[in-house]
Write a protein that binds this ligand. Structure first.
Ligand SMILES: Cc1ncc(COP(=O)(O)O)c(C=O)c1O
Length: 451
């Protein structure tokens, strides 16, 4: 497809359905195979999700051959864009040497040493395959170490599909996230408001000395892509210390993204334990739980007393994820100032550019985020998950589809991420396309009002 980005291109823009008939047909087939036609709930959107056939750099192509500048970037895992050469050569090398050992290897050790070098809290760690596993292990470790039961998480905080932490994720943050999850299984998970230290204090006080960890994403992700306010993480550090609980960060999105050392380095607040994933695997499956030597020593299988049993799993430290992760983390460390300076600048330009483009067209929108992360909200300027949930979801959906019609992709309703593969021109094109979509949205709104 022609790249239809940009204001003024609006008349030539075909509708999503016209552009994506192959995806529509594949989704009809997929509904007969997969639950709801998808393999991750976040991947469904109306009228049907686009099916991708290939990806390279900042681009993805759908099954109709349409090319999009991709800001979903594989759930924000791809900081160097799709299939960067540094990763594909490491993978090619590794495929010739074996794809699954089920043993320790020099490769995994070297990745672990890189993580030790770069992530402030990571004195020791354990690898696994997904973020959900890592957060589950983190909770178990925190409980084993403190010998306490409760975990305070934040409303809107998404920590993967594990049973216990699947609580307080969606508005109104108090009801169940779905059937099949027992209240008893989540009885020891308490929810506090993000960016509200007093509410965390309340939740900790209510737990009466039984808090194992205060656990949060330093930039609330699915809950609205909202950065921690100045001083908030420091206050949580104090609250955790005062309560004898661990401070735990979920850095599965922010790790290696906000800075080389993640949010803990960017904010200058070092947690006791943290999870990593996404970027750390260089585009292949990974999860990590890391933290102080003392906490991680609880998971030493040679330990006689007080052993905390956490994974691994069959495919932990699989050589392909290790090779891709190592190539990525080394590249990021070696090119640190250029990479993070560039991502920060492009992210800021995109956020402010989109907001001015939309507001100039009469659309009330606020793009939140930090570093290379962004999410455009309609009708609200949120500081926590509750204010984010009050935004106009239908407008956010129209905007995302409108952007796809103009050759740009974000997963509707989810944060986007700039990668090093995105160019200055891509950012300007995204802003121009936002202006065109905003104009279209405003025209439709006005014609509805006058009808
Ligand atoms: C903050 C956060 N934690 C945990 C997870 C779960 O990771 P995974 O999808 O690899 O299980 C995600 C995934 O989106 C996430 O964003």
């Amino acid at each position: 497809m022609h790249f239809k980005y940009g204001a003024g291109a609006r008349e030539e823009v075909a509708s999503y359905r016209e552009l994506t008939p192959a995806s529509s047909r594949l989704f009809d087939r997929a509904k007969k195979v997969f639950a709801g036609g998808v393999n991750h709930n976040a991947r469904y959107y109306a009228p049907y999700p686009m099916f991708v056939s290939r990806a390279r750099g900042q681009h993805i192509w759908d099954e109709d051959g349409n090319r999009y500048v991709d800001y979903w970037m594989g759930h924000m895992a791809l900081i160097l864009g799709h299939s960067p050469q540094v990763v594909t050569s490491a993978l090619r090398r590794q495929v010739g040497r074996g794809t699954h050992f089920g043993t320790g290897s020099r490769l995994s050790l070297e990745l672990g040493e890189e993580v030790q070098k770069t992530v402030p809290c990571a004195e020791a760690m354990r690898f696994c395959n997904t973020g959900a596993e890592a957060t589950m292990y983190l909770v178990r470790l925190a409980r084993g170490y403190t010998r306490r039961r409760k975990v305070v998480k934040m409303a809107g905080g998404w920590h993967g599909y594990g049973t216990e932490l699947n609580k307080g994720v969606r508005f109104p943050f108090s009801s169940s996230e779905g059937e099949g999850i027992l209240a008893e299984e989540q009885a020891h998970v308490k929810t506090a408001r993000f960016n509200d230290a007093e509410d965390a204090r309340r939740a900790v006080a209510e737990a009466k000395g039984d808090v194992a960890a205060i656990f949060l994403e330093p930039v609330l992700g699915a809950g609205g892509c909202i950065p921690a306010k100045r001083g908030y993480l420091e206050e949580l550090r104090e609250i955790a210390d005062g309560a004898g609980a661990l401070l735990a960060f979920d850095e599965i999105v922010t790790g290696y993204r906000l800075s080389l050392g993640g949010a803990q380095e960017a904010y200058g607040v070092v947690p006791d334990v943290a999870t990593l994933g996404k970027v750390a695997g260089g585009g292949l499956p990974i999860g990590m739980v890391c933290g102080s030597k003392e906490v991680l020593s609880m998971a030493d299988p040679a330990r006689k007393a007080g052993f905390v049993s956490i994974g691994g799993g069959t495919f932990s430290e699989n050589p392909l994820s290790m090779a891709a992760g190592l190539a990525t983390v080394r590249y990021l460390r070696t090119n640190r100032s250029r990479v993070y300076g560039d991502l920060e600048r492009k992210g800021r330009e995109l956020r402010t550019g989109v907001d001015s483009a939309l507001s100039a067209r009469g659309v009330e929108a606020h793009t939140t985020g930090a570093g290379s992360l962004f999410l455009t909200h309609f009708g609200v300027d949120p500081s926590d998950a509750e204010s984010s949930a009050k935004g106009d979801a239908a407008a956010a959906h129209r905007y995302a589809i409108g952007m796809m019609e103009r050759g740009g992709f974000i997963q509707p309703g989810h944060p986007g991420a700039v990668s090093t593969a995105h160019t200055e021109r891509d950012i300007r094109a995204w802003i121009a396309a936002s202006a065109a979509v905003g104009e279209q949205m405003e025209r439709k709104r006005k014609s509805k009002v006058s009808a």
